[in-house]
Design a protein around this ligand. Structure first.
Ligand code: FES
Length: 157
């Protein structure tokens, strides 16, 4: 067991944890933070996306002990215009992927603003094709992509 300390959504947390435990399981099962969802548990769906020191990560692929000392933000700690934009644009159906979609979109917008390159680049600013590429790690099995992209375009301005 290893003692780790994290700030989760503004609250200081410490827990004794086995080194093999993922950040996703630590959040959901040890800390009761259930916004991040377990879809595939192997880095393929994005449902578990959280922000670690502001960067988006798949919490299912991360070991909790790697994030000792970090600031973790899940959907429970998010207060962002994207949330209302997802409602306005019907950016979800069942809602299972939505916490990850919104955390990922927040991280994506920061990456874009920081100049992180993308395989697809829209001329004249962040547009639909580039958003779809930059958000391609987040799957929506209901197929609400038009609403998701519309919400992000709305906020990206
Ligand atoms: Fe982590 Fe699917 S549950 S990427």
């Amino acid at each position: 067991m290893t003692l780790i300390r994290m700030n989760v959504n503004g609250s200081a947390k410490s827990l004794e944890i086995e080194p093999r435990v993922s950040l996703l399981d630590a959040l959901r099962e040890r800390l009761g933070v259930t916004g991040p969802k377990k879809g595939c548990d192997q880095g393929a769906c994005g449902a578990c996306t959280v922000l670690a020191d502001g960067r988006r990560i798949n919490a299912c692929l991360a070991l909790a002990i790697q994030y000792d000392g970090c600031q973790i933000t899940t959907i429970e700690g998010v207060d962002h215009p994207l949330q209302e934009a997802f409602v306005r644009h019907d950016g979800f159906q069942c809602g299972y992927c939505t916490p990850g979609q919104i955390c990922s979109a927040i991280g994506m917008l920061s990456e874009y603003e920081a100049g992180m390159p993308s395989a697809v680049t829209d001329s004249g600013g962040l547009g639909e094709a580039e958003i779809r590429e930059r958000m391609s790690g987040n799957v929506c099995r209901c197929g609400a992509y038009n609403g998701i992209v519309g919400a992000i375009m709305d906020v990206a301005g």
